[in-house]
Write a protein that binds this ligand. Structure first.
Ligand code: SF4
Length: 314
């Protein structure tokens, strides 16, 4: 039974040491179509619970100064772990400068003790794959008492109170949650959240639990452009298109594209041909484009947008 894994070098969060709060078996309140674990009946609580001492001792053996972030996760949903509050307190006592991060599907955020516990983490990543009840049920196959309206309300409350780095992740599955209607609803929900550090959008990267299909990089790029330009959207998928041919952008097109959505260097290398990349670097040199660090990633955006505030939510 391996409680600690890594460290792995994650581009998004740096050097990350993982804690698996359900190493024996999958214990989750969802049974997502795209899950990389085998299908399993969703559960409301953990049946196999590891003692806190065992986790803390294992962490103590692996922790060192090179680790940027301790990532609390699970084969399933980490907030189902009944001693999460005590665990995060004990991690805080030994972690020094290292940050804590939890990856959660947000479904238990309406429970007051989970809400309070998540406020203690330095970084929180909440997943949200759908904004409508029908699509939510289809993609995430939740445990029967869970409703997306409650999850969204809790996310809104949490985003108001939380003072750490808040990340949102949306995973798109072909033909399930990628309709224009669903994306526009998700856009509205995201605009209603406060202080989002970054929104990572992605698709299936590993063999899924059920026979569903990933989107292409091009499709993700199109979706990214449908979100309001004030949202810090980042295409986080490891799927990079072999079929996508970088194209030539004029100076104006580069400024317009980055005005609509800031891009990372990795995005730029996929989307822009060599000539356009040269023009972009000239725009950086003459100050028309600046870079801005968001979490661990650096985004390129027009200088005049550097301090642009979100209109709907500021
Ligand atoms: S929330 Fe995560 S662990 Fe649970 S079913 Fe979905 S993908 Fe799998």
């Amino acid at each position: 039974m391996q409680i600690i894994f890594g460290p792995v070098n994650s581009r998004r969060f740096g050097s990350s040491l993982g804690i698996d709060l359900s190493p024996q078996t999958k214990q989750c309140n969802f049974d997502c179509l795209y899950c990389e674990l085998a299908p399993a009946q969703p559960v409301a609580k953990q049946n196999y619970v590891i003692p806190v001492d065992e986790i803390v001792n294992a962490l103590y053996e692996h922790l060192n100064d090179e680790i940027d972030v301790i990532t609390v996760t699970a084969n399933g949903e980490p907030t189902l772990y009944p001693h999460l509050h005590e665990l995060v307190r004990r991690i805080d006592a030994l972690k020094g400068e290292t940050k804590t991060l939890i990856l959660t599907n947000a479904a238990t955020l309406s429970e007051p003790d989970v809400f309070e516990t998540l406020l203690l983490f330095d970084k929180v990543k909440l997943s949200l794959d759908a904004a409508s009840a029908q699509t939510f049920k289809k993609i995430d196959r939740p445990q029967k008492d869970l409703h997306v309206e409650d999850i969204i309300r809790s996310m809104q409350r949490f985003s108001k109170e939380y003072r750490g780095e808040l990340y949102i992740e949306v995973l798109f599955v072909k033909g399930i949650n990628d309709s224009d209607t669903e994306i526009l609803k998700l856009n509205e929900v995201l605009l209603g959240l406060h202080n989002i550090t970054r929104v990572d959008i992605g698709t299936i990267d590993r063999p899924p639990a059920y026979p569903v299909e990933a989107l292409s990089y091009e499709e993700l790029h199109k979706i990214a452009n449908m979100f309001d330009s004030s949202l810090p959207i980042h295409i986080a998928s490891r799927i990079k298109s072999d079929n996508y041919s970088p194209r030539n952008y004029s100076k104006e097109e580069i400024l317009n594209t980055l005005d609509k959505r800031p891009l990372t260097l990795e995005d730029i290398e996929i989307l822009f041909d060599k000539e356009s990349q040269k023009v972009l670097h000239e725009l950086v040199s003459n100050g028309q484009i600046k870079t801005k660090k968001v979490g661990n990633l650096e985004f390129f955006l027009p200088s005049e947008n550097f301090f642009r505030k979100r209109v709907k939510n500021s």
